[in-house]
Design a protein around this ligand. Structure first.
Ligand SMILES: [Zn+2]
Ligand SMILES: [Zn+2]
Length: 125
């Protein structure tokens, strides 16, 4: 399952995942078992769930489930890239703490245009 997501390189919905698994193995897995497997991978921090797209994306950052994942989602070409930021992580922690809130996961989704679609070079970080 993780292989399929990694190979896709872009977010996949649960049903797209089922189609891919079916194409690979000739057997169509039950949606419930696919959802369970995805939940497990999300829990492990190997896969992130993109709420705005109801899709799942493999994470190659090797960070834990409690570290932040910031998704840059391009409205133009649909490319999704993941970045992490310790500064953002600290800010979120501070905000949560002052509200007495214990975060389970930090997932931020930014919609907009990628560098290619803007026709601009990405600025150096
Ligand atoms: Zn990640
Ligand atoms: Zn784009």
């Amino acid at each position: 399952m993780l292989d399929e997501l990694c190979a896709a390189g872009s977010p996949l919905g649960a049903y797209e995942m089922i189609d891919r698994l079916a194409a690979g193995t000739g057997k169509r897995p039950a949606p419930i078992s696919v959802y369970r497997a995805l939940d497990f991978l999300v829990e492990k921090g190997l896969v992130h769930r993109l709420a705005s797209r109801n899709a799942f994306m493999a994470c190659d950052h090797g960070h834990g489930a409690h570290e932040p994942a910031i998704f840059l989602i391009c409205d133009g070409c649909g490319v999704v890239s993941e970045v992490t930021s310790h500064a953002a992580s600290e800010s979120l922690r501070t905000v949560a703490q002052s509200a007495g809130f214990t975060p389970r996961a930090q997932v931020i989704e930014l919609a907009g245009l990628c560098a290619r679609c803007c026709g601009a070079e990405p600025s150096a970080v």
